[in-house]
Design a binder for this molecule. Structure first.
Ligand SMILES: Nc1nc2c(ncn2[C@@H]2O[C@H](COP(=O)(O)OP(=O)(O)OP(=O)(O)O)[C@@H](O)[C@H]2O)c(=O)[nH]1
Ligand SMILES: [Mg+2]
Length: 459
């Protein structure tokens, strides 16, 4: 693939802001910027790399468009490894659009989403897993998710994958040497060496796969729905976890009519928390729509928080909702424990088990920390992860690792069936190839395009 054009994009969000940045990358980046820039001192072409120049952007009529600072980062030490120019102009809608227009007029092309990062990958500065972590960094909702993404950007996952590929390659070479020199009688050593190494590699691959459940949650968040009868305190719970009066809370049943979704941070775990309209039979047209929508979001939830009102006891409506929850990850919250309890809730405790129940009072705040504990435990599922453990956060990586596992299992079967070792080499090569998809060493162009198209413009 030949990259010979110069791309440009507005790299900051459009809107009122202190500064807005237009970024250019490619062989003509400096030449294009030079045509529209009038500096105080040197020409851009004469400025050293990693320097900033003060001046103005000038349009075709010689009029000043904006006052700017222009930085020049020359190849190969730049984000894309090409010449990169960043024009810092005033933020806001007008200035950045005008400057962008001029840049395009003078020969740059509008960058596609993620095209800067794609160039960094195609030019070999970062591998595919690192490039993917860039988007995770931008999208991270909690510090923990950010930490995992930073880790991946530094290349820890890539290192691990490369190491496994090296081990496989050595093993394949070992086997092929045996095949090439059949008289040397190294067959016996081969089999035991192959078995140990394949086991070692499978162990590492399966450990990586094990981290993926938690990793995926850290990257994407868990879609959590608060559900229950009207007036049990669902909106109060959303507000308490968000530490903000986001949803309207009143003592009128049926207050929430629409779906309210917010990201909350529970011990570093991003929860996409959804407050719903209380579920009940209703004749009110608007509320009816709300109830139907509640049932829909419920269907797509990763975790359901079912709220029950301590002061009214368990009702038929509650039992109806509990029946809906089969096959779901859920916790039952008995709210309003500050009020006189109607029953001891033994019925529900027998039904769902104590460990999935949290007694709570949103009035006093009791039970909130316990709820967070339980959510945390659910996500980590009893697994302990070391501080800097390499985590699989990306579903694409997980799928590749699962296919690697299959190939390694095939290899083991081939050995156990006493087949010739060169048959084993075929499975090992497959595993080696698939591992390369993660770092992008063996990957096709369509997949690369698809991955980078998920990026934002200007990155
Ligand atoms: N005593 C007491 N009152 C509570 C508690 N939690 C919520 N409330 C009150 O219960 C009423 C209903 O709370 P909401 O949070 O609006 O309930 P909801 O489930 O969102 O109600 P709908 O939107 O109508 O379905 C409000 O008056 C809250 O102040 C609690 O723990 N104890
Ligand atoms: Mg509500």
């Amino acid at each position: 693939m030949v990259i010979d054009d110069t791309i440009a994009a507005i790299s900051t969000p459009i809107g009122a802001a202190g500064i807005g940045i237009i970024r250019l990358s490619g062989a003509k980046a400096v030449t294009i910027a030079e045509k529209i820039f009038r500096g105080k001192k040197k020409k851009l072409a004469e400025t050293p790399t990693f320097s900033m120049s003060y001046g103005h952007i000038i349009n075709g009529n010689g009029e000043i468009v904006d006052e700017v600072l222009v930085s020049v980062m020359r190849a190969p030490n730049s984000y894309t490894t090409e010449d990169v120019v960043e024009i810092n102009c005033h933020g806001g809608v007008v200035a950045v659009r005008k400057v962008m227009g001029l840049v395009l007029k003078h020969g740059a092309r509008t960058a596609e989403p993620g095209e800067f990062s794609k160039r960094a990958f195609l030019n070999g500065r970062i591998d595919l897993a690192q490039a993917e972590s860039v988007i995770d960094l931008i999208n991270a909702k909690t510090e923990k998710s950010f930490e995992v993404a930073v880790n991946q950007l530094t290349g820890v996952l890539s290192e691990k994958i490369k190491n496994l590929r090296r081990l496989l390659l050595e093993l394949i070479a070992h086997i092929e040497a045996g095949i090439d020199f059949p008289d040397e009688d190294i067959e016996d050593i081969n089999v035991s060496v192959i078995i140990t190494t394949v086991r070692e590699i499978s162990g590492e691959v399966s450990r990586l796969i094990e981290t993926s459940e938690t990793g995926k949650v850290l990257r994407e968040g868990i879609k959590t729905v608060i559900i229950g009868k009207p007036n049990v305190g669902k909106s109060s719970l959303l507000n308490a976890l968000l530490r903000e009066k986001r949803a309207i809370v009143t003592d009128v049943p049926g207050t929430t009519r629409d779906i309210i979704e917010e990201i909350v941070n529970i011990r570093g775990i991003p929860l996409k928390l959804v407050d719903t309209a209380g579920i009940r039979e209703t004749e009110d047209f608007v509320e009816k729509i709300g109830v139907e929508r509640s049932k829909e979001v419920f269907a797509g939830a990763d975790l359901v928080l079912l709220m029950i009102d301590a002061s009214t006891g368990l009702t038929d409506e509650d039992m109806g909702i509990i029946k809906l929850m089969k096959n779901k990850n859920y916790l039952v919250i008995i709210n309003k424990t500050d009020l006189k309890m109607e029953t001891d809730f033994s019925e529900i405790k027998n039904l769902v088990g104590e460990k999935d129940i949290v007694e709570m009072s949103l009035l006093t705040g009791e039970g909130l920390e316990l709820l967070k504990d339980k959510i945390e435990k659910m996500v980590y599922a009893g697994k302990v992860f070391a501080q800097n453990e390499v985590m699989i956060t990306n579903i694409r990586h997980k799928h590749s690792l699962e296919r690697v596992m299959q190939s390694l299992e095939e290899a083991m079967k081939t050995i156990q069936h006493g087949m010739p070792v060169d048959c084993v080499a075929i499975d090992l090569k497959a595993a080696w190839e698939i591992l390369g998809e993660i770092t992008g060493e063996t990957v096709n162009e369509d997949l690369v395009d698809q991955i980078f198209s998920q990026f934002c413009i200007g990155k």
